[in-house]
Design a protein around this ligand. Structure first.
Ligand SMILES: NC(=O)c1ccc[n+]([C@@H]2O[C@H](COP(=O)([O-])OP(=O)(O)OC[C@H]3O[C@@H](n4cnc5c(N)ncnc54)[C@H](O)[C@@H]3O)[C@@H](O)[C@H]2O)c1
Length: 352
């Protein structure tokens, strides 16, 4: 089996390289380290690429740009991958506002380039797209909420399980990033429905793991741990720090990809996050990390929330669990905290 992964030096893409290499697949990664261009030194993924090359000698890395239509068409025609995992992205709300062309060119046009390349060269190959819960814009914020001591919480029992795929993606504030991902998400669905290709859009909650190049503008948990471990001042943006996100480890994300690849449903859409059990507010997350590392975080509060940010977002995983009963969230929030802290502490030790 030949697997082509875009964004292969990033969090999910790199997990994909390790995951499919361990299965004995031929793995090809496409990444141009644009994360460093987006986020500066914190976002530089070179360390992760070097780690992959060392651990997976069979892995082929292509310093390619998904915006380059002709080179993607040529690459797919030459390689005809059996599986496509598309994780390359401009992933930040805030950055999109200052670089709208780059954001849309990468997220929307880049995705179209890959879909059309796949349709021309390997239309039978499962095409897995990593979408985002930001396609729902700020519509989840319209649900009635209760303010608890350390977190916001859904007020009605019927919302307890979280946000399902039936939440509207229309007529709400998305941020330009959310809007460019909507374009990609709908296009991925359309290639499934219109051309009957085995495509899927996984709408991610907070995806995390030790191989994230966390930056203030993206990669909340990874950056939080980096801030605690390296004593970097940290800013909390709005909602009293009680905003809730659900954390899912990149291994559990890959397990969901596996389930889909084994039994694809064309044009499918699934929410993919850690669910209620792995949910924590920013304040709760800070406490968890401080307790694990044994250091206090130097943090300040900025009253203005990030545009389009969710107040309480928990992924309802019922649809994914129903379609793929062997899949579930296996890595707990405690394990996630342990793994990311351990990696950050050992990186600090080796830098010293
Ligand atoms: N991490 C999260 O919390 C989260 C949440 C929801 C959705 N997602 C989505 O999941 C996907 C993967 O996220 P991630 O956290 O692994 O992101 P990441 O930023 O760690 O990885 C993305 C990779 O894509 C590369 N890239 C960017 N532009 C490129 C281009 N033009 N050509 C080739 N490569 C390019 C970057 O260099 C980076 O290595 C993204 O689509 C993101 O929007 C992430």
């Amino acid at each position: 089996m030949k697997v082509l992964i875009t964004g292969s030096s990033g969090l999910i893409g790199s997990e994909g390289i390790s995951h499919f290499d361990a299965q004995g697949a031929e793995v090809i990664g496409v990444d141009n380290n644009m994360r460093a261009d987006f986020f500066g030194p914190d976002g530089d993924t070179t360390w992760n690429l070097e780690r992959l090359k060392e651990r997976h000698p069979g892995f082929r890395h292509i310093n390619g740009d998904i915006r380059d239509r002709q080179s993607m068409l040529d690459l797919f025609a030459q390689e005809k991958p059996d599986v496509i995992i598309h994780c390359a992205a401009q992933p930040s709300h805030d950055l999109a506002a200052s670089r709208p062309f780059d954001d849309f060119d990468v997220n929307a046009v880049g995705t179209l380039n890959l879909l059309e390349s796949a349709r021309r060269s390997c239309p039978e190959s499962p095409f897995v797209f990593m979408s985002t819960n930001k396609v729902y814009g700020d519509a989840p914020n319209n649900l009635p909420l209760d303010e608890l001591e350390t977190r916001w919480e859904y007020a009605r029992p019927e919302d307890w399980a979280g946000i399902s795929e039936s939440m509207t993606i229309d007529q709400s504030k998305h941020s330009l990033f959310g809007a460019s991902k909507v374009a990609a998400d709908v296009m991925v669905q359309e290639y499934g429905r219109y051309f009957d290709m085995p495509t899927v859009a996984f709408r991610g909650g907070c995806l995390t793991g030790p191989h994230h190049s966390g930056a203030e503008l993206h990669g909340f948990f990874s950056y939080l741990v980096k801030a605690v471990v390296n004593e970097i001042p940290f800013r909390i943006f709005g909602y009293k720090g009680k905003q809730v996100r659900d954390q899912i480890h990149s291994r559990d994300v890959l397990a969901a990809f596996d389930a889909f690849i084994a039994a694809p449903r064309p044009g499918a859409v699934y929410n993919l996050g850690g669910g209620r059990e792995n949910s924590a507010s920013v304040l709760e997350s800070i406490t968890l990390v401080e307790e694990r590392v044994g250091t206090r975080l130097d943090h300040t509060y900025v009253p203005e929330n990030r545009a389009g940010d969710h107040i309480c977002y928990i992924s309802d995983l019922a649809k994914l669990r129903a379609d793929y009963p062997n899949w579930d969230v296996r890595v707990s929030l405690g394990q996630i905290v342990d793994e990311i802290c351990e990696a950050a502490l050992s990186r600090r030790a080796s830098a010293a």
